[in-house]
Ligand binder design. Structure first.
Ligand code: ZN
Length: 193
């Protein structure tokens, strides 16, 4: 879909890793479609993940008792957040699609355990349970429409051929990504049958 802007938020230390391959195939496929692809490579950028008072550059509303929510809200209005945060906010606002390629979080991620472990009766419970706070609590709450997650289960436990298959199915999905309907992001999707 030419002209669309895609932001990939990528968090992995090793470019030659499986996660690195998933990121690369997404950049290649979406660029081929004519999309403008921006990658926020959090490790390469040495992005500060902690929410601290250093995020606020202006005077604090209450220096005696630091409340991040209040201070960040005020700093956002007066544009006195640090430039690394403002830069990322701008990328998110400009993007038509945001892909989180992150070991722990969102749309596209890998797991340590197998698919069976992430079922209702598996040791980790249904994978949808741990997506609830991220997809619904964070993304949907912030106004995103959420697409189904791309989960590559246990790449460390499968053969090279199966790994190539997972990367290929991600590339295949991206070919039609603009036609996908968002998931029905309600408790039913996460906790229903
Ligand atoms: Zn939701």
């Amino acid at each position: 879909m030419a002209g669309k802007k895609v932001l990939i938020v990528y968090a992995h230390q090793e470019p030659r890793s499986f996660n690195g391959s998933l990121k690369k195939v997404a950049v290649d496929e979406l660029s081929k479609q004519g999309c403008t692809v921006t990658v926020s490579d959090l490790y390469a950028m040495d992005f500060e993940p902690r929410a601290t008072r250093r995020d606020i550059t202006g005077t604090l509303c209450n220096p005696e008792f630091f409340n991040y929510g209040v201070e960040a809200y005020e700093a956002c209005k007066t544009r006195s957040l640090t430039s690394d945060i403002i830069d990322e906010q701008k990328k998110v606002l400009e993007a038509d699609l945001v892909i989180f390629q992150n070991k722990l979080a969102l749309l596209s991620f890998t797991t340590g355990g197998t698919a069976e472990m992430y079922t209702k009766n598996g040791v980790s419970g249904d994978f949808r349970y741990f997506l609830w706070p991220l997809q619904h609590g964070a993304l949907h709450f912030c106004g995103f429409k959420v697409l189904a997650p791309q989960i590559s289960f246990a790449p460390e436990l499968v053969s090279e051929e199966e790994k190539r298959g997972m990367i290929a199915s991600w590339a295949q999905r991206l070919r039609n990504i603009w036609k996908e309907e968002p998931i029905h992001c309600t408790p039913c999707w996460y906790f229903g049958q």
